[in-house]
Structures are given as C-alpha cells and as structure tokens.
Write a protein that binds this ligand. Structure first.
Ligand code: FES
Length: 586
C-alpha cells in the first residue's frame, strides 16, 4: 500500500482528504470500526502488554475494554495494539534482560503509529518502567493504567496469604518441613486470580511512581486487579488520556528532577522496592536527567517510612487502599514534595493534596508517629562498591543500624550457589558474609533477582534466619533481609567484587554507609579476578553486552539515554576509575 504522508504519524492521518486518509479509514472499517468511529479524534493508541506468558498482566484485556469506553465517552478513537510483555517468573535469564527491548518496542510503536497519544497498560515489574522509558523517548502524550495486585488468598491457617509468604514456605520445604501433599496444595493457593504481586513489591512501587510522575490516576493505585475500583480506573484513564492529548501534556513535560524526587520520596514513605532505584534512574535518563546515588541517599535519609505494609510490614495493600491509598500517604510528606508538579489531570499536587483527607488508620502512619524517621533504603559505598550498592532495612530482623564484620563465603554465579549452599561441608557460620557475584547487568546477563541468597540449610536447622548477604544482582521487591544489592561496578565488568575470596574479612556499616573488604589493597588487586561471560556472537544478547550500563546508571542502554554515560568507556570499569592495577577489561 502506498503511503504519501510518510513523515507524519499522528491521528491527523485519519482526517486526510486524500489517499492516506481513505486508506487509514478503510483499514479500520474493515476491522469493524464504524464510519463515525474512524472520524473521531484524538486517536488514542492502547499499548496492551497482556499475555498468557505474563499472568500478572492478563487482566489488562478486561481493563482495555474499560479504557476504550472512557476514550469513546470523551470523543476519541481508541486503537489497541500489543507489545511484548515481560513476565518476572517466566522470562530467562531474567525479565530485566528484556526491559530495554520492551522500551524500544513501546517507543517505536508509539512513534510509528497514527496516534495522537497512548494509554500504556502495564503491571508486572519491568513492564511499567519499560513503558515509561519508551513513552518518554517517543514523547507523545501518555497515560498509564496498571493491572493492579491480585487478590490475597489463604493456606492452612495463613490468612491473608500474600506472595512473600512463598519464600519462607520454600525454605521450610528445603529443610524437610513441607510434605508433597502440602507442596502441591500451596501451588493452588498462592495465586487465585490474575494481577501483580499483592505486596509493596516492584509492580506496586512502579504503579505508585507512574501516578506521582503524572502518568497514572492518583487514586486507588493499589486497588485489586479484579475490583470495581480497578475497572473504574480503566474508564477514567480513558477520559484522562483524551484530556492529556487535548492539553498536549507530553511525557517530557512531566519528568524532571523535581517530579523524580517526589516519586522517590513517595516510594521511600511506602517502603517500596529496591528495584525502583534502578528504574527511576533509567526513566530519568530518558528525560535527560541524572539522579545519582548521592541524591537517592539524601532523599531517603530525609523521608520518613510510614507504611506498615508487606513485605516490610504486617498489613496488606487492601489495608493501604482502605487507609486512603497514595494521596493520603502523600498528605503526610507534602512539605517534602515539590507541590507544583502535575498529576495526570494536569492539576498541581498541592491542590490535590489540599483536598485529600489524612490517613484513615494506621496502615499509613501519621508523620508524628513514623515506622522510622528515615527511609529504609541505605546507600553504601566503599572499596567493594565504589559506585554504590544499596540495602533495604525494612524487614530486617535486627532493629536499628546494621554493623557487621564477617568472613566472606563467595559464590561465582547461580550454579555454584545451588551446588554448594546446602553442602554440609560448606565452611560457614552465622557470622559469615555470603557473597554472590557474576550476576550484574552484564554477568547474568540482565541482573536477575537472585541476590536474596538462601541461608545455608545447616544453619537454618540451627535456627539461623538472618545473615549478611552481598551481591551484584537484584532482589525481588517481595523479599526482605540484610541483603546488600546492586554492587556497582559488577564483578563481570571488573568491579572490586571480582577479586574477593573465601575468608576475606568484609565490613558492612549502615551508620557510615560503608561496604569494604579489609584486605591489603595492593595484595587484593594483584589477584586473578573473577572472569565474566564471553561476548555473545550475535543478536540482542550482543547488543545488551555491548551497551548495557551499570546499576548506578539505571541499566539502560547507553545509546537510549538522553544523557551521556558518566563512564567514558561505555559499560566497563577501568583500572583508572578503581585506582588499582588490574587489567582493563574493556
Ligand atoms: Fe509479576 Fe510479581 S511476578 S508482579
């Protein structure tokens, strides 16, 4: 089919009086759209990431119908299209490996399609960040609707049962406390409907970020995937999408350092996922903004942690909704927010919060009685993590600051971990520091959520339930523990973690923010380092290997960020930056 107006990609193409307009309308008519439909405007694309390979997002098909109703009600023309969808449990080697690919899919589809704006339908952990990144790069008006968390369930007296209950259950199986019958029964009890993880994990954190940044409706952010409130959000998202186009509210108008700070402070008050740091840095990079670990640390230290919700707390997302959801929470930190930033409706957050009631009950604590005066995210630096690492203190069993000195037990990748962690002869005690390396952005590849190293079975049988763990990997937002994550630069890029050996003393101190090995530096750097993977010889894996940035830069591809990487040698760590003498792996 010839296209005359190949330069344009907006909905105006449907109103062209010549060949292009005729063909655009004719193809939709053939798909069942009416003569009136195809003349409506604006044209709103619906980028739907529903997939049977991603049950977290499967409820989006039903919600898409509500969004369309809203768009039509406001006079617009909705056109739904699929994008790739990344599932946390089903994607190998890890969903993060494909986040940037999904962002490219979303960006190019928005750019290429004859639409004036888009509604992004996302949910599972990487899908919302990928959509926001792609929408920012495409920069057409964009509105987002999250799939919403799946309902809670119950299992043999555990009620409500939420996804984080799976981790201790699996640990009980490892030490022989769960028989085959209960193992199978649990499989049918854990997830009783579609939707995202039903705790304050990455999916819920990213849904909140989308709302604070002005992409998603601010109310009922944590409403169940199958609730009436979620369906109503769908309809109102359709209305909001048309209004956003009419106001010409572009993604890059919404994302700036002030709105990013608001988003991170909200996540801090929520006790949100550690993954949010990586995704926020990547989102910022698409808008030409660099946040940096220092700012994250400063914002975390000056924001109270207010939300008593799983996995770090005791209550559920339903309780959080019932207490007033995101707006009620934000009333408690309104003095810390840049109040002139905009909601999805284009209004100032200050005006919305002025009309919002305080939390209805203690699922959201009042400012005067926080769970802790500072956020649960601690940024660590030191000779093991020159570019930073993070630790989420919410949910750690020992209250208060964490200061620990112990001997390293080092695992090189997942196979090594799985082969040895439960070996009765493993030299380890409760004071040891478990280290898992080779699982950063390049190493795995894709920085999987495996940093939550299991406690060795022989220690669990002695009653040990908490140990200091360190990794260049990430951790599920549904996990907790004294786990240092995102060590940057990673071992596979030549970071100092590559030189650590069994028995080395390691110091972790959340008071001073330090993560150090206590080995003589010259001796340390003279060692043979851990060897990362070979460069793949083709395809996306090679593109990823060559261009993925480290965790402190959001793991985006260097060529997709609007700002240059601060690492001049793309994604590899050099001797000069480390101040040492080992080979430059570039
Ligand atoms: Fe999809 Fe948790 S696995 S949201």
């Amino acid at each position: 089919m010839s296209q005359r107006g190949i330069a344009g990609s907006g909905g105006d193409l449907f109103h062209d009086s010549g060949q292009d307009g005729l063909m655009h309308r004719a193809f939709l008519r053939g798909a069942g759209f009416s003569a009136e439909d195809v003349r409506n405007r604006p044209v709103i694309g619906i980028a739907n990431s529903a997939s049977e390979l991603n049950p977290c997002n499967l409820g989006l098909n039903r919600l898409a119908a509500e969004v369309k109703r809203g768009i039509r009600e406001a006079g617009g023309l909705p056109i739904e299209f699929p994008t790739i969808s990344i599932s946390e449990p089903f994607t190998r080697p890890t969903s993060m490996f494909l986040r940037n690919l999904m962002s490219m899919d979303v960006e190019e589809m928005i750019t290429a399609a004859p639409i004036d704006g888009v509604v992004l339908l996302g949910g599972c952990d990487k899908t919302i960040p990928a959509q926001l990144m792609g929408a920012l790069s495409a920069n057409k008006p964009a509105t987002l609707l999250a799939a919403g968390p799946r309902p809670t369930s119950c299992h043999r007296g555990i009620s409500p049962l939420t996804v984080d209950d799976a981790w201790p259950f699996c640990d009980r199986r490892r030490v022989g406390e769960v028989d085959d019958a209960e193992w199978q029964e649990f499989e049918g009890n854990l997830n009783t409907d579609v939707g995202t993880c039903n705790v304050m994990g990455t999916a819920s954190s990213m849904a909140a970020i989308a709302a604070v940044l002005g992409f998603a409706l601010p109310d009922h952010v944590f409403a169940d995937s199958v609730s009436l409130a979620r369906r109503d959000l769908g309809f109102r998202t359709g209305l909001a999408a048309v209004a956003a186009v009419q106001r010409d509210q572009k993604p890059k108008d919404l994302v700036n350092l002030a709105s990013l700070e608001n988003a991170f402070r909200a996540i801090t008050a929520l006790g949100g996922s550690t993954n949010a740091i990586i995704h926020l840095e990547a989102i910022a990079g698409r808008a030409g903004v660099e946040i940096g670990m220092e700012r994250f640390e400063q914002w975390s230290r000056s924001t109270p942690y207010l939300t008593n919700v799983r996995p770090g707390g005791e209550m559920t997302l339903n309780d959080l909704e019932d207490a007033g959801s995101l707006p009620a929470l934000l009333t408690q930190i309104s003095d810390l927010l840049h109040a002139d930033q905009r909601t999805v409706h284009g209004e100032r957050w200050a005006d919305l919060l002025a009309a919002t009631e305080a939390p209805a009950h203690n699922a959201i604590r009042l400012r005067e009685t926080p769970i802790s005066a500072q956020g649960p995210l601690v940024v660590l630096r030191g000779n093991l993590a020159p570019n930073g690492a993070i630790l989420k203190t919410a949910g750690i069993e020992s209250d208060g600051p964490l200061q620990h000195r112990g001997r390293a037990v080092v695992f090189d990748g997942l196979e090594d971990l799985n082969n040895r962690i439960d070996d009765p002869n493993l030299v380890v005690d409760a004071s040891s520091v478990l280290v898992l390396r080779g699982l950063g952005p390049i190493g795995a590849p894709g920085m999987p959520e495996v940093g939550h190293i299991p406690i060795p079975a022989k220690l669990m049988q002695q009653g040990v339930t908490e140990m200091v763990r360190i990794s260049d990997a990430r951790m599920s937002g549904t996990s907790t523990g004294a786990v240092v994550l995102h060590v940057s630069p990673e071992a596979a890029a030549g970071g100092p973690l590559a030189y650590l050996r069994d028995g080395d003393e390691v110091l972790l101190d959340t008071v001073t923010g330090r993560l150090d090995h206590l080995v003589d530096e010259a001796e340390y750097l003279a060692r043979e380092p851990f060897a990362g993977p070979e460069r793949p010889n083709r395809g996306f894996a090679q593109l990823h290997f060559d261009h993925v940035l480290q965790a402190d830069e959001g793991c985006d591809f260097d060529f997709l960020r609007k700002i240059a990487s601060s690492n001049s040698t793309n994604n590899r760590f050099t001797t000069e930056e480390q101040g040492g003498s080992h080979d430059d792996r570039n």
